[in-house]
Design a protein around this ligand. Structure first.
Ligand SMILES: [Fe+2]
Length: 348
């Protein structure tokens, strides 16, 4: 496995790059915008293909690299479903799997530092974001933080993981890189409490200054969405209502770009073809699934995904390959649900 722990010395943030092997799909956790060029170079050097970029929560101390990585690599951006971020491509809920080739992360909803904080478990290790640090815990005094919720997330979720689970935090200010669940349970000073009240008392009396970047970082991090307006201005969008009226017609083929896990959880639009976004390049090549389908049927391809972000990128790629009829559903399944569009269970 390729596992890289990268450090941003300005915000003391750890970013993690993961891939099953050289040549395989890769995923990045908590990228920092200022380090974009470093990540892109490393991705090239390691010969991996970045397909997913995720943030453990909306950060207050640095600007996320999610939007820029999406623009440069066309990767899928992932955050928890509680995040107020305008548009991310894919939203995770507690227990959801985030898969890339050969690797699986499980999302653990761990509110407390913020109300949108997640940890991600992968085999023998857990990425704890700002929920649990090495010998510390993330502050709970802004962004709807809640020390009670954090106590519950730490004691009733993280500390129930096997003792030897490796702990990889979102920050470290002292130079530590990794710990274990057993080590933190025994030696983390914030966890040596007898009750939730005692924990709340510690956390409410920390008296910390606001992070320097907070006024800039939080608003910037809430707006990382791709401009679907640009795609709309080119006439490549259908509203969910227009798509509903056209669905079932013989003139179009609906193409679902989401992952299997999203299809299972939210359902699919009847009659749609599944062509995951991560395989889009291959599917749009001459002889690829979508190119062949369009050529043989002379039908219009209408892409959809969860929020319209992946499908907006897909419609642009399709247009670039000459599929001038291609469209996408603005706002994706989220918009489709809002107008009570019917969804059914996938067979896969
Ligand atoms: Fe944070």
């Amino acid at each position: 496995m390729i596992f890289r722990q990268l450090f941003d010395s300005v915000s003391c943030t750890y970013t993690y790059l993961l891939a099953a092997r050289s040549g395989a799909e890769a995923l990045i956790i908590d990228p920092v915008l200022d380090k974009l060029d470093r990540y892109l170079k490393l991705i090239e050097e390691l010969d991996v293909k970045l397909v997913k970029a995720l943030d453990t929560h909306v950060h207050a101390d640095h600007i996320t690299g999610l939007g820029a990585l999406r623009d440069r690599t066309h990767c899928i951006t992932v955050m928890g479903e509680q995040s107020d971020v305008d548009v991310v491509s894919m939203r995770a809920a507690d227990g959801d799997h985030i898969d890339i080739e050969g690797l699986r992360l499980t999302a653990l909803y761990t509110p407390g530092h913020t109300d949108d904080s997640y940890c991600f478990l992968m085999h023998d290790r857990v990425f704890t974001g700002d929920t649990l640090f090495i010998r510390g815990t993330g502050r709970t005094d802004f962004q709807n933080g809640d020390p009670r919720a954090q106590y519950d997330s730490i004691f009733n979720k993280l500390l129930t993981l096997p003792d030897d689970t490796l702990v990889y935090p979102g920050h470290d200010y002292k130079g530590d890189t990794v710990s274990t669940i057993a080590e933190e349970r025994a030696h983390n000073p914030r966890l040596q409490v007898k009750s939730v009240e005692q924990y709340v008392e510690i956390m409410t009396n920390l008296d910390l200054a606001d992070p320097k970047m907070m006024d800039v970082a939080v608003p910037a991090n809430l707006r990382i969405g791709l401009s679907q307006e640009e795609i709309e201005a080119r006439g490549w969008s259908l509203t969910a209502r227009e798509a509903l009226q056209l669905s079932g017609s013989e003139e179009l083929i609906l193409v679902d770009l989401r992952d299997v896990s999203e299809r299972k959880r939210h359902g699919i639009i009847r009659g749609s073809v599944h062509a995951p976004y991560t395989e889009l390049d291959d599917n749009l090549k001459p002889g690829g699934l979508l190119q062949t389908l369009a050529a043989q049927t002379h039908k219009r391809l209408v892409f959809y995904c969860a929020y319209g972000e992946r499908s907006a990128m897909a419609v642009k790629s399709a247009q670039d390959t000459g599929l001038a009829d291609a469209r996408h559903i603005k706002g994706g399944v989220d918009a489709w649900k809002r107008i009570d569009g019917p969804l059914e269970r996938p067979s896969d």
